[in-house]
Design a protein around this ligand. Structure first.
Ligand code: CS2
Length: 484
């Protein structure tokens, strides 16, 4: 590995990680939203697939907003360390297949030109739920979203759907095939969602372009899974001590990983995923439901209730026996009964494995981090199960308590009366709705947010949720959980 000497602020000298300088075949993938998750999951897996099956599958990373990841990675030629955190110890691997990075607002034309390059066959995305500019309750494009309004006003876009549409337009004009759009976000039917928003936006720009994308484009849905807590300054320091070099932007992840992809790529052009354990399937839906409802549904439930109970991480929360029993109960009595398992999968064993993953003491995954963007997450993580349980006449006391905890959380004050830093695109509105009224009326107010709660569902859960919320306020999160 090539390294250069850099000075540390504290006067120590550490060698900075840089790329070894080997040449590889070239960029075939543009990834929008190059954050920690993709750097710890998709990128290493694509590198492995390219090693196994060949092909030019290096990655051009894109940040749609902030330059911080590019600024950290550029001096190390975009190489970085992926640190695997197992209960028994750490392992690290240097990932080298991100060849370059663009920060979209600095040069939107450069990004569009990269995306329309004929060597690029895949545009993958991890832009988080809110990056799709859709209505989370319906999955449809929100034409009033400020970024979409901006994208419609000119030819240089701002949003992920905007870049995809404009780049596909350039490809069509140049007589090139489209790229495959590969969503790697935690949305149900993520391929269908991104296809839907791209087609709606394209139709507003040029209906013929929309027809071409509908006929020629491919948008396979995927299920992605690996727990990747945000990298903390102490992680950087620890890696430096353990590895002997300085990496400004390592990523931390658990040993587990899963990737299930619908095998539907333009011209069949993709890395050899099948050779390296990525599951290629015809329909990802049963995997997505399992993962979003069991892993992410429990994650969000534990995050709101755990945060209110004063737990800093998911490992701390599930290390508290009351919460471990709560998670098991959620899976056994409320979530699994509403699921159709993927072929050959034992959901009880999956639940046991999840609890073990959540309890991994080496992973410091903040409840506050998972609590972010709840308005975008609740529909697919909790409300789908809740609706199906209502239809089947099954009770959902745990999911209702989790929903009540979200309502308490977005009110902005914890159980000690201290302020909560609520991160959510709807944070201000949620706070105002909650502040306007007292007690269980907060429930009725928050249920009026149609982007999250469709009217019929709100009506059905309101009488059930009001007393749960009141109980949560009176008793606190931990006691409410223990009484279930
Ligand atoms: C988490 C996910 O932050 C969150 O909302 O629930 O990032 C979760 O860790 C991943 O989906 C695991 O695959």
């Amino acid at each position: 590995m090539a390294r250069s000497i850099m000075s540390m602020e504290d006067g120590l000298h550490a060698e900075r990680l840089t790329r070894p300088g080997n040449m590889s075949p070239g960029i075939g993938i543009v990834h929008l939203g190059l954050g920690a998750f993709f750097r710890a999951h998709g990128a290493p897996w694509i590198a492995e697939a390219a090693r196994a099956g060949g092909g030019a599958w290096d990655i051009l990373g894109v940040s749609l907003r902030s330059p911080s990841v590019r600024n950290a990675l550029k001096p190390q030629d975009y190489a970085y360390t992926a640190v695997e955190l197992a209960p028994e110890g750490e392992r690290f691997e240097i990932i080298e297949n991100v060849r370059d990075m663009l920060v979209a607002p600095e040069d939107p034309e450069a990004l569009l030109s990269a995306m329309s390059d004929p060597a690029v066959h895949i545009v993958s995305l991890t832009v988080t739920e809110k990056g799709y500019c859709h209505n989370p309750a319906t999955g449809e494009l929100d034409p009033n979203h400020p970024d979409i309004v901006y994208d419609l006003a000119g030819e240089l876009p701002k949003s992920a759907p905007g870049y995809i549409v404009r780049a596909l337009q350039l490809r069509r004009n140049a007589g090139r095939a489209p790229f495959t759009v590969l969503s790697c976000d935690n949305l149900p039917n993520n391929g269908k969602v991104v296809r839907g928003v791209v087609l709606e936006l394209a139709r507003l720009i040029d209906p013929e372009l929309a027809d071409w994308i509908a006929a020629e484009g491919r948008f396979p849905s995927t299920m992605v899974d690996r727990i990747v807590p945000a990298t903390k300054p102490e992680d950087v320091e620890q890696l430096e001590k353990a590895a002997g070099y300085y990496d400004a932007a390592p990523v931390m992840h658990e040993p587990f990983q899963q990737w299930v992809i619908e095998d539907d790529f333009v011209g069949g052009e993709r890395p050899d995923f099948g050779a390296v354990g990525v599951q290629l399937v015809d329909d990802v839906t049963p995997y997505e439901h399992m993962k979003l409802r069991m892993l992410n549904g429990a994650h969000s439930s534990l995050a709101y209730l755990g945060y209110l109970a004063g737990h800093e991480t998911i490992a701390d929360t599930t290390g508290d026996t009351v919460f471990a029993a709560f998670a098991a109960r959620l899976w056994q009595r409320e979530i699994i009964p509403a699921l159709a398992p993927p072929a050959g999968v034992d959901l009880n064993a999956y639940a046991d494995q999840l609890l073990e993953r959540f309890r991994n003491p080496a992973i410091r995954h903040l409840t506050w981090q998972i609590a972010m963007d709840g308005s975008q997450k609740l529909p697919q993580r909790i409300l789908g199960t809740l609706r199906e349980n209502l239809d089947a006449g099954r009770e959902s006391p745990g999911l209702l308590l989790a929903l009540a905890a979200w309502m308490r959380y977005v009110g902005g004050t914890d159980e000690n009366g201290d302020p909560i830093d609520v991160q959510d695109p709807l944070a201000d509105r949620l706070r105002k709705l909650s502040d306007d009224v007292r007690g269980a009326d907060k429930v009725s107010r928050l249920l009026s947010v149609r982007e999250v709660f469709p009217a019929d569902l709100a009506k059905r859960i309101e009488p059930l949720l009001r007393p749960v919320f009141t109980g949560l306020i009176e008793k606190g999160a931990r006691a409410s959980v223990s009484e279930l």
